[in-house]
Design a protein around this ligand. Structure first.
Ligand code: EPU
Length: 429
């Protein structure tokens, strides 16, 4: 067990390189199962969610070879298992993508229900509705989700809620189904477009990714490919928010500025100056942040995965801000931790009313989930004194080299082991 120890109050300066996108990687890796040949995936972030997906692929029978930092060769030709056990699936949400990928590969899948961060109820009814529309028989047996089909056939599927996971899973199952599949009210996130580009690079026929209507014409076979994953929009947004919170000037390198528009717009409202380049952003902040209201929405709205980070920044803004969560039922569990540091936040249902205080004070806090953990790092960086963040396994799920990256920007942050009382040797007792 480890924790982060942060000595706050230092502004950030320099350049940070953004890693490959977690939520694209965790969709693209299972999609390799649909190929008849070896694939090479580049720009993979070294984070525990990606390593967990690679582990599942290996357990299913794929051969995995690390070619270079961030580059992995995956040979799926010998995969013949369709079972992803509870032990393999329970820690992450993206394990559900093996349902779509295995149904698409071998018309059968048996996958334990997915885990992932706790934001209230996280149903998969829209995934199941999609698979059933394609002709699969779905059931829940002995705690596993079971899917079987004689042959998958294209269908028109309207999603009742805009769901990233359901859109990904239906794309995976439909790409080799017979005929045309149309997903209406589809998610439009950058990682949906990245998955479509990856599948098309293997010979799939997918049109409309990035819009609300995705059309997939089934093909018989997919071939191997070499594909580089897009930069992580949320990792970039997290570093941008940290710069606005602490003050300073940082070049956020290896990004697609278009993917960051909603985040840049809100940070500019708080007083940040942002210059856009082809594959980088320069962000500068030299004053106390101004208040602003934020509502999270599916893409191209402000991403829910940036909600805890921006709410933390607004805890020291001049004035009162309202942050409204428009995607998840319960994504304010971290507020309790923030108040331990002196923040003034009142949560009322899906909104948080944040009255800016002059500064936060360092305290022992916990990462209650991945992005909440990133928010605690930001809180620690801008607070006076020492902040200790526990339960950092959540942060390691999605942020590559977070200590090294913040240290290079001038932050005082260390990862240290937690010594349990039973591990302390008492001499002469
Ligand atoms: N929903 C349903 N039924 C379904 C699926 C979703 O009602 O069958 C609802 C959910 O309860 C939620 C909304 O639809 O209210 C959106 O859920 P979605 O399916 O889009 O979320 P997800 O696929 O489970 C992905 C990301 C999350 C991110 C959300 C929203 C991955 C692996 N996870 O989750 O990322 O918050 O989309 O953008 O892509 C993170 O990276 O920290 C993270 C939690």
């Amino acid at each position: 067990m480890e924790k982060f120890v942060i000595n706050g109050g230092k502004s950030l300066h320099g350049k940070v390189h953004i890693s490959g996108a977690k939520n694209a990687a965790v969709a693209i890796l299972p999609a390799v199962l649909l190929s008849e040949e070896t694939c090479v995936i580049e720009n993979l972030p070294n984070i525990s969610d990606v390593n967990a997906i690679l582990y599942v692929l290996k357990e299913l029978g794929a051969k995995i070879r690390y070619l270079d930092k961030g580059t992995v060769e995956i040979d799926p030709t010998n995969v013949n298992s369709h079972i992803v056990s509870k032990q393999m699936a329970e820690d992450m949400r993206a394990s559900s993508y093996f349902l779509g990928a295995l149904l698409g590969r071998m018309n059968k899948a048996r996958v334990a229900p997915p885990g992932g961060c706790d934001f209230g109820v996280r149903p998969i009814d829209q995934h199941i509705k999609g698979f059933e529309a394609l002709g699969a028989k779905m059931s829940f047996e002995s705690g596993m989700v079971d899917g079987k089909a004689f042959a998958l056939k294209g269908a028109s599927i309207y999603l009742d809620v805009v769901s990233v996971g359901a859109t990904v899973n239906i794309m995976l199952a439909a790409v080799k189904a017979q005929g045309l599949t149309v997903i209406e009210n589809a998610a439009r996130e950058p990682h949906i477009v990245d998955l479509a580009n990856f599948l098309n690079s293997m010979g799939a026929n997918i049109m409309g990714a990035g819009t609300g209507v995705i059309k997939i014409r089934g093909v018989e076979k997919l071939h191997g490919t070499v594909y580089s994953i897009i930069p992580d929009q949320i990792e970039a947004g997290t570093y941008m928010t940290a710069v606005v919170a602490t003050g300073g000037e940082v070049l956020i390198d290896n990004v697609i500025p278009k993917h960051l528009e909603s985040i840049s717009a809100k940070l500019k409202e708080t007083g940040a100056e942002i210059e856009e380049y082809d594959e980088a952003l320069l962000i500068k902040m030299s004053t106390r942040p101004k208040k602003c209201n934020v509502k999270t929405m599916p893409h191209p709205g402000f991403p829910t995965d940036m909600q805890p980070q921006i709410a933390t920044l607004l805890a020291i803004a001049g004035g009162t801000s309202i942050v409204t969560e428009g995607v998840w039922d319960n994504r304010f569990r971290y507020v309790e931790q923030l108040t331990l540091m002196g923040a003034d936040v009142q949560v009322d249902g899906k909104s948080a009313v944040i009255t800016g205080v002059d500064c936060l004070k360092g305290a022992p806090v916990k990462a209650v989930d991945l992005r909440a953990g990133a928010a605690m790092i930001i809180a620690g960086l801008m607070a006076k004194g020492i902040t200790e963040v526990e339960d950092i396994v959540y942060i390691d799920r999605g942020y590559e080299n977070v200590v090294e990256k913040f240290t290079a920007l001038g932050a005082d942050i260390k990862r240290i082991p937690i010594i349990e009382p039973r591990h302390i040797i008492v001499k002469n007792a």
